[in-house]
Write a new protein. Structure first.
Length: 289
């Protein structure tokens, strides 16, 4: 029987009357029986059908994962998500190796972890060590160049415009010197607060970039991603070169993680990474990150 699809208005061939899927537009339609004076109508559009099929597939996928996990103990997740069984030291090493060798696979497993949580302790440890290394080298180099306030003031005096401006305000010059020679209490507070701030701010930057590009990935995933990419800061144990190498490595991880978490194509993943790098540099210049 030849008839017209009530949705796409194209001619289709059908054997029976009643509910069926249009072979042209994939909408669920009802072909009316003219003998019974029935009208053909659209039951569900192709868009609705795709949404429902996707929702059903995701539900089935979660049920299968849950069943496999309960029966075999297997779950999709990172080594760190299993640190209680594995041990913190082993989990930390295996997580770091997996991020380095197979970042795309790592972020995929991270996304589908059974109990993901929020900021991983792994990220806090890595961020703490990164801040510790960076602070150590910064203070060491500064103190080797300027052992006291007088030597610092003399070095500034040799500068032209900037030096003159700073020397005109003794308080500002002293504040800069003191910030590079923090007291123990200030240093400890910095080592405790800065790692958490870095993870949280980075997560918001990543989430904002994904939202701008149309992704609906939840902020929770970016807290985890932000925590795990803090491992790049461990390269700061090598002065200067380590900072540069760590930033390049982190940029690569943002690109690969962005593709996996948001299902971006190469173009969107590149825009996502560019947005992150821009704000990272901006915040770093302002002394926030």
């Amino acid at each position: 029987m030849i008839t017209e699809c009530p949705s796409c208005k194209k001619i289709i061939s059908t054997v029976n009357y009643g509910s069926q899927v249009c072979p042209k537009c994939s909408s669920l339609i009802h072909i009316g029986n003219p003998v019974k004076d029935e009208e053909s109508r659209v039951l569900k559009s192709a868009t609705q059908m795709k949404k429902e099929l996707k929702k059903d597939a995701e539900k089935l996928h979660k049920e299968i994962d849950k069943k496999i996990s309960s029966e075999t103990g297997f779950f999709k997740g990172t080594p760190w998500d299993n640190w209680k069984k594995m041990g913190m030291g082993e989990a930390f090493i295996k997580t770091t190796i997996e991020i380095y060798k197979r970042p795309s696979k790592f972020f995929h497993n991270m996304k589908y972890a059974a109990k993901p949580g929020m900021i991983p302790i792994y990220g806090l440890i890595a961020a703490f060590l990164a801040v510790l290394f960076q602070t150590f080298w910064m203070i060491k180099f500064f103190r080797s160049l300027f052992p006291d306030y007088t030597s610092f003031k003399e070095a500034v005096a040799k500068l032209e415009g900037l030096g003159a401006a700073l020397l005109s305000e003794e308080g500002k010059l002293r504040m800069i010197f003191d910030s590079m020679n923090p007291e123990t209490s200030v240093l400890i507070a910095q080592l405790v607060i800065t790692p958490l701030m870095s993870i949280v701010i980075t997560a918001f930057i990543l989430h904002l970039g994904s939202v701008i590009l149309g992704s609906k990935t939840r902020l929770q995933q970016y807290y985890r991603m932000s925590g795990f990419i803090m491992v790049t800061g461990l390269l700061s144990i090598i002065p200067l070169v380590g900072n540069i190498a760590g930033f390049i490595w982190r940029t690569i991880l943002v690109y690969k993680g962005g593709k996996v978490l948001n299902k971006f194509d190469n173009r969107k993943a590149l825009l996502f990474t560019t947005f992150y790098v821009f704000l990272q540099v901006l915040f770093s210049s302002a002394g926030i990150l």
